[in-house]
Design a binder for this molecule. Sequence first.
Ligand SMILES: Cc1ncc(COP(=O)(O)O)c(C=O)c1O
Length: 375
Amino acid sequence: MREEAIVKELLKLKKEENYRTLKLNERKGINFSSNDYLGLNEDKELRVEFFEKFQGVDLLFSSSSSRLLTGSYPIIMNLEKELEIIYNKKALLFNSGYDANTCLIETLFSKNSLIISDRYNHSSIYSGIKASEAKLLRYRHLDYTQLENFLKKYSSEYEDILVVSETVYSMDGDRADIKKIVELKKKYKFKLLIDEAHSFGVSGYGECYETGVLDAIDYLVIPLGKAGASIGAYVLTDELSKEYLINKGKKFIYTTALPPINVAWNFFILKKMQEFESRRENLVKLSIYTKKLLSEYRIQTISTTNIISVVVGENRKVNIISENLREKGYLVYPIKEPTVPKGTARLRISLTAYHSKEIIYKFVKELKNEIDSIL
Ligand SMILES: Cc1ncc(COP(=O)(O)O)c(C=O)c1O
């Protein structure tokens, strides 16, 4: 890109109040933008327990090479073995959810494939689709009638069809009906990729595991940067796909593997996952409480989860509300296009298990004041 074109594009973003800057995370104020849904990352005692448990283990800060060059550290192999027992599928660890989605799709699908994707799927999914050169059809968000119409129309034309959905959509805080998509597999032949970024942890081992539909999921992607309190992503799939990804997946082959210290932490959290039930219950209670409160104040949301979006509309207005709330000690960042459609800029309130009803009550009151003063 030429320099003038870059400057012009940046100016345009500024004019549209959509210019991004890097702000310091001062860890001050009450954070309503964190994806640490279960509060595991903020839990100091959990960290102490981790270091006690792994005493004597060489917790290296780098793995210093790709797994295919110098081999895999035992902790990675053990983690994948554990995942294979839990999910009854083959497991492969990726360095991020972005890499996992992109690599899976670009490696396993091609220009002869058809990929049918929920319109609101994450950017990493669309990067993979673009790189695969597959034909893309986007169905309206959560519109399974349109998904079925696509399947009906194209099933005879394509031998290789992939349907992609997330479980929980983080910009609206609503939920896909995975069982409904799985039902369609009885009528039409397609592969299914499900991304559990915002449900792993919040629903234990994930929604597909908890609702008993794992057998129907061909590629389960579990990014760990949210309730997983870590980094990296699990891919759960069949033996052949795993073998192919190891041999052909560029984002698996040509990258340094996750450091053993992070992998050990992932292993530790996975082993303890069933112990976090009270946090999950608390999160559900807080979510119900918050939505009731918002409804009393006539603030609308379509959320059905712990992620609560309040659509404001204009970028300028959402920026002002967010800034004013920050001054009052509440961190809730605005979400704007291209992350969400133009004209639907919003505040994305992310509840975590360490919030309390008292804090939420004070916050919602301030939010109401801000909304009233600007809309
Ligand atoms: C649905 C979804 N998938 C994938 C990712 C990417 O995961 P990671 O942050 O591990 O790259 C995200 C993160 O923002 C996400 O929300």
